[in-house]
Design a protein around this ligand. Structure first.
Ligand SMILES: C[S@@+](CC[C@H](N)C(=O)[O-])C[C@H]1O[C@@H](n2cnc3c(N)ncnc32)[C@H](O)[C@@H]1O
Length: 358
């Protein structure tokens, strides 16, 4: 059995793996909570194991189920072959097309990095410490390190965390930490006033606002910044018009301002970049309707013609078990409502910069 001890007493070098409840290793150790002095409050409900590393890695990786959000992100990344999981910033001089997607995404990244304080800390001459919350594949995190920031990442999705770890291996000369948890579970009391800036690049929408603000208020230094680049729901959301519900996600914009008013932050910048990111929808919509739909139809025809009974049976079983879900996804993706204009009606994409009040 691997050696376990309190998370709080581990040094950074000792932390080899965090295993989550539900995985085999956690179940097998549950009876030994007291004996091994595992602190449940730390890293949410995660267990940190040290020693016997490779064995533990295999067990926990193969037992952590992938959820639908993670599936969407990983599939999207694999299909598009990109490093970033955020939209692109399509300025007028950049023609819309897959060939320019990586460039558009990099422009988006540049905009975010420019909104952060200077890497060298300006007058204080102390390296600026940033946490990239929901850091995806770690592409922005790596760029922050390359540009001289002291940067940590946080990502709850195990497959993405694996990619981040691989990327960080090239930066093992720099002090950086990867937290594998949701932001809601971040151990804020252990990182009080630790960061000069907190960054959310298209990840803010996944985290309940009421949970994120109190944590941010603890971990961001007085005078420090929170940079959020993400989309929010406009006042049209829920109007029942065709296209409503075609795009999921996003907090309600007006509720964001209400929530902000309850916490010690001031709004420094609020830039509407919807028109620069919405061309991304056009690009993806065209791919979906012009390539994936015909490809699906071809496959359907082939199976229908060659395996009529089996194919009919599979479709019937799917309909019985997943009928509602399938209809919802069909409405979302295949009714032609997922367009740039619909996105612009129901979502507003913002670059928000907040300052932690002193
Ligand atoms: C659309 S991706 C953006 C990734 C990356 N920031 C980028 O710009 O490429 C959303 C990210 O949010 C993360 N995420 C989802 N739920 C989260 C939560 N509750 N707390 C923190 N991150 C979360 C996902 O794992 C993923 O890394």
């Amino acid at each position: 059995m691997p050696l376990l001890k309190s998370v709080a007493t581990l040094t950074q070098a000792e932390v080899l793996r965090i295993a989550w409840p539900g995985s085999k290793i956690v179940r097998s150790l549950c009876g030994h909570r007291e004996a091994f002095n595992i602190r449940f409050a730390t890293y949410g409900t995660a267990f940190v194991t040290i020693g016997n590393c490779s064995e533990i890695l295999n067990v926990s990786q193969s037992n952590k189920k992938m959820n639908s959000k993670e599936l969407g992100l990983v599939l999207g990344q694999q299909l598009l072959g990109v490093d970033d999981l955020h939209y692109g910033l399509w300025t007028d001089d950049l023609p819309l097309g897959f060939a320019n997607l990586a460039e558009a995404q990099q422009r988006y990244t540049e905009q975010i990095i420019n909104a952060l304080p200077a890497a060298d800390g300006g007058e204080t001459c102390q390296q600026t410490r940033v946490i990239d919350i929901g850091c995806g594949t770690g592409h922005i995190l790596a760029q922050l390190l390359e540009r001289g920031f002291a940067a940590d990442g946080l990502v709850p999705a195990p497959r993405l965390a694996e990619q981040v770890r691989r990327r960080l291996a090239a930066h093992n000369d720099k002090p950086t930490r990867l937290f594998e948890s949701t932001f809601e579970q971040f151990p804020a009391d252990e990182h009080r006033a630790c960061y000069d800036a907190a960054l959310f690049s298209e990840s803010y929408q996944y985290i309940p606002m009421s949970a994120s603000f109190p944590i941010l208020a603890q971990i961001v230094k007085p005078g420090g910044l929170v940079v959020i680049c993400d989309f929010f729901k406009t006042g049209h959301a829920g109007d029942g018009q065709p296209g409503d519900k075609s795009f999921g996600g996003g907090h309600k914009m007006h509720q964001f301002y209400i929530e902000l008013g309850k916490h010690p932050f001031s709004l420094l910048e609020d830039i509407d970049i919807t028109r620069q990111v919405s061309p991304n929808i056009k690009l993806l919509d065209e791919t979906l309707m012009l390539r994936l739909v015909p490809a699906g139809q071809t496959l359907d025809r082939y199976l229908r013609e060659n395996y009529p009974r089996t194919w009919k049976l599979i479709k019937t079983v799917f309909k019985i078990f997943f009928g509602k879900k399938i209809e919802k996804q069909k409405y979302k993706y295949f009714t032609g409502h997922r367009t740039q204009a619909v996105f612009e009606r129901y979502k507003t994409y913002r670059l928000l910069v907040l300052r932690r009040n002193a």
